[in-house]
Design a protein around this ligand. Structure first.
Ligand code: ADP
Ligand code: G6P
Length: 355
């Protein structure tokens, strides 16, 4: 065991069903922190971990207590808490948060077996992503910030088809069946976690096209909890007002069905939240600067940083709509939160001396 100074690691939880854009989000997040995350060098090629200078991202599938065969035999899915070891998850996340390295198991997605563990050292920012980062109350307590990616069924279906049919050769019927089979456990164990999230990115079909069911044009909502330490929600024009904005016209090129932003206060699972919504998609990414200049509290370090990040990763899925935009903004908010926590820590001992 290696012990560093206590509590230097900031822990972020990212919850979503599989195939809902977690890895894309992680690539945007680590890019904001200044470096692409790579699999650990010289380790198990089937490791699910990603490491950059500042950030380590682990996949919570590694805490499966039942392997693929075990799940089949017991008749439980990977979403079922009984297939996951929350005691070990808690112990190891706590250790990392306290500056102690751990030997984390590896769930091999290729073989469906548990592989020998890998050493995880405490990073500056530790992201736990997967199905259950906010399920266990003890693990939840360790999170400095939490995000839930809430993809509506219609959109989830469209994305799954795109990936599993095009890239993995599955049939439409088998994709439908697997989504249906997961639904009860998803509703019971995954979905309820969104009530605990500090930020939720909700992805829905557009309302700009009547009866749209293609799932190509998206309405994306960034739901931000009020009163979270180190996190000031983003706003459009005027904080706390209710705004509806169609930016298309002289300064922004919009083809059918256009773009519509809304912003305002709402209530979410009994919490006061601010919601920023974007429906539609950008035709020209460089014109995003026009939208960016009307948003406040976006935690950029220079004018145009959101647009720069979006242009840099224009090839990532969702770059022309609210999913990419809000994932980028949440990445900047997390950088800001991290910097505030660090600054506060350095200031704290000084205050103690003064008192
Ligand atoms: P996860 O890590 O949660 O399994 P990925 O980031 O690998 O998800 O995304 C899975 C697939 O979903 C992608 O290959 C892509 O087809 C689709 N996808 C993800 N995010 C988006 C998005 N914002 N817009 C459109 N499609 C997306
Ligand atoms: C989810 C989990 C994976 C699991 C997959 C399929 O996506 O995140 O860990 O491998 O379900 O589960 P199965 O039991 O079919 O292998």
């Amino acid at each position: 065991e290696i012990t560093c100074s206590t509590g230097d690691t900031v822990v972020i939880g990212l919850a979503a069903d599989s195939g809902c854009g977690k890895s894309t989000f992680m690539r945007r997040l680590t890019s904001v922190f200044g470096g692409a995350a790579e699999p650990p060098k010289g380790g198990n090629p089937d490791s699910n971990t990603l490491i950059s200078d500042t950030t380590t991202v682990i996949c919570l599938d590694d805490y499966h207590s039942l392997d693929r065969t075990g799940r089949k035999e017991k008749g439980v899915t990977a979403l079922d808490p009984r297939a996951n070891d929350f005691d070990l998850m808690y112990e190891q996340v706590k250790a990392i948060k306290n500056g102690v390295a751990v030997e984390k198991p590896i769930y091999n997605h290729v073989t469906g077996l548990l592989d020998p563990p890998e050493l995880i050292k405490p990073p500056k920012i530790f992201v736990i992503e997967g199905l259950h980062p906010m399920y266990d109350a003890r693990v939840r307590e360790l999170l400095d910030f939490s995000i839930y990616l809430d993809i509506s069924n219609e959109v989830k279906f469209a994305w799954k088809i795109q990936r599993d049919m095009a890239e993995r050769g599955h049939s439409l019927e088998s994709i439908k069946a697997s989504i249906e089979a997961r639904k009860p456990d998803f509703d019971a164990y995954i979905d309820p976690q969104k009530q605990y999230a500090d930020a939720v990115i909700e992805v829905l079909p557009t309302q700009l096209i009547p009866d749209d069911n293609e799932g190509k044009v998206l309405r994306v909502r960034l739901i931000m909890k009020e009163g979270v330490k180190y996190f000031n929600p983003v706003y459009l024009f005027d904080e706390g007002s209710t705004i509806s904005w169609i930016p298309c016209g002289r300064k922004l090129t919009c083809s059918y069905p256009g773009i519509k932003f809304t912003y305002g206060p709402e209530s979410y699972f009994g919490h006061e939240v601010s919601v920023l919504e974007m429906d539609g998609q950008f035709d020209r990414l460089d014109e995003l600067i026009y939208v960016e200049s009307h948003l406040s509290n976006i935690s950029t370090k220079f004018y145009g940083e959101v647009t720069q990040q979006m242009l840099k990763h224009a090839d990532f899925p969702g770059s022309n709509n609210g999913t990419g935009l809000f994932q980028t903004i949440v990445g900047l908010k997390i950088r800001d939160l991290f910097e505030q926590i660090v600054a506060n820590r350095t200031a704290a001992p000084l205050q103690a001396t003064k008192a």
